[in-house]
Design a protein around this ligand. Structure first.
Ligand code: TGC
Ligand code: FAD
Length: 399
């Protein structure tokens, strides 16, 4: 049943957050409690993305929050992480939407775009007036995007794009897609070592561009997931992201999103833990005692509290590294891998503590659990992050 979330700070980490960081978290927390929690179960059940809160999140400065200028809030990476933590406490689908808009659409335009592209898109994406999506994954290439078959051919002052993208968050509601394609006529590597992958801004109303939604998901039901088809889509040369000269640029975008996911997963885990703790104090079994008085139930709560605390330390530390320009993609991989695994385990333990009630929509546990199955897979599966870390430790790629 609904209760007011009180936060979770076993280690006293709030003392190491600044006044601004605490204020940002409180603002995002209040926003979720007022605008997301009341509607999210219904959205999930109906398979409906809550489009009505898109402009509200724009007003709150949630889109591209850690970018400077162009109407963006200019938050630190820790502040941005705290926003995503609160949004995913509401629902992973909502955090996903904000992650894609911010890390996978605004970040590449901000980092690799021309001044004209930035002025055209960033202010409108920051308010939510325009929406974006990120097309990297293809039907045949998920974990290994380097194999992509989408192609771009230069023709005079234009590029002509052909290919299919799959599992694209916000695909059918986006005004602009960041599409990754291999440039024809460019060898595997140029003299600087760059491959032929390039990023293009493709407006959704271009002839030959089609999107269709993927139905039947038992996960992220409050988020739109689509496939994209590009059939001889002509875009002007000005739509090429000039600074994105290889797959590495796409992978840099993933770092931003994976960082946000590491915080978001903590939010989902905190919601599961708090729900289970509250439930265990009121539900009575045997000798008229609350189930919280049983040792095995306490063990589960202790596991959750310990792992959430460790995850908070990890994300906060990586956030501080990122704010000081010292984070590496291996640090972000460790945080994404650990925190999503931790959140999924918390959801399973919380489900168990709630007994039969745990499988109903009266509590948020199964929704988080189902959502987190996608979060474990997207942005690099758990096992791909194991291999990224393995490569970093040993110097040997084992893909
Ligand atoms: P590889 O040869 O290892 O790397 C090519 C160049 O890129 C560098 N690099 C990175 N740079 C920045 N950030 C990273 N994360 C990087 N990973 C690698 C690398 O050092 C190299 O640089 P250089 O200078 O030597 O050329 O590339 P590979 O093709 O062997 O791929 C490696 C692998 C498997 C790690 C990569 O393909 C990968 O990460 N695969 C997972 C795919 C993935 O995560 N897809 C996500 C799609 S988007 C999505 O899921 C959105 S979900 C919605 C939401 O976020 O809410
Ligand atoms: P595969 O790559 O086929 O992997 C299947 C299994 O094989 C996994 O367990 C994997 O770990 C394992 N595996 C693969 N290779 C190896 C290996 N070398 N060694 C050991 N194990 C391996 N993509 C986008 O581009 N944009 C989006 O907005 C987006 N949104 C998404 C939203 C949702 C809801 C979902 C579910 C996915 C989304 N994705 C998006 C796609 C996502 O990034 C991919 O699903 C993910 O990268 C995994 O690819 P795959 O599903 O093709 O799995």
């Amino acid at each position: 049943m609904a209760f007011k979330f009180q936060g979770f700070d076993f280690l006293g980490l709030d003392a190491s957050l600044t006044e601004e960081e605490l204020l940002v978290r409180k603002t995002a927390r209040d926003f979720v409690d007022s605008n997301v929690t009341p509607i999210i179960e219904e959205c999930f059940r109906e398979g409906r993305f809550p489009r009505e809160i898109v402009p509200l999140m724009g007003e709150m400065g949630f889109y591209g929050a850690n970018l400077e200028g162009y109407g963006c809030a200019g938050m630190s990476n820790v502040e941005y992480g705290l926003v995503l933590q609160e949004l995913e406490r509401g629902d992973s689908g909502l955090r996903s939407f904000v992650s894609v808009q911010s890390a996978l659409v605004m970040y590449p335009i901000f980092t690799f775009g021309s001044e004209e592209q930035k002025n055209k898109w960033l202010p409108a994406l920051a308010t939510g007036e325009k929406l974006g999506c990120f097309g990297l994954t293809e039907p045949g290439f998920g974990s290994n995007p380097a194999g992509m078959t989408t192609r771009a051919r230069k023709s005079g002052d234009e590029y002509i794009l052909n290919g299919e993208k799959m599992w694209i968050t916000s695909g059918s509601i986006a005004d602009v897609a960041v599409v990754w394609a291999k440039l024809e006529g460019v060898g595997d590597k140029n003299e600087e070592g760059a491959d032929s992958v390039r990023g293009f801004l493709v407006e959704a109303d271009r002839p030959g561009f089609k999107s269709s939604d993927i139905h039947g998901k038992w996960s992220l039901r409050a988020s739109v997931t689509s496939s994209l088809s590009l059939e001889d889509v002509h875009v002007p040369s000005a739509n090429l992201l000039p600074g994105a000269d290889s797959l590495k640029a796409a992978l840099m975008c993933l770092n931003q999103a994976r960082y946000g996911i590491s915080w978001g997963a903590i939010g989902a885990a905190m919601d599961c833990y708090s729900t289970a703790l509250n439930y265990s104090k009121t539900r009575k079994q045997f000798h008229d005692q609350p189930i919280a008085s049983h040792q095995l139930v306490q063990e589960k709560l202790v596991w959750m509290a310990s792992e959430i605390s460790k995850a908070q330390l990890l994300s906060l530390h990586v956030g501080r590294l990122k704010d000081s320009g010292k984070s590496g993609h291996q640090h972000i991989s460790m945080a994404k891998r650990n925190n999503v695994w931790m959140a999924l385990e918390c959801a399973r333990l919380a489900r168990d503590i709630l007994g039969a009630n745990g499988v109903t929509e009266d509590y948020p546990i199964m929704r988080h659990s189902m959502n987190l199955e996608s979060v474990k897979t997207y942005e690099g599966t758990h096992d791909i992050h194991t291999l990224i870390l393995g490569q970093n430790l040993t110097g040997i790629g084992a893909y």
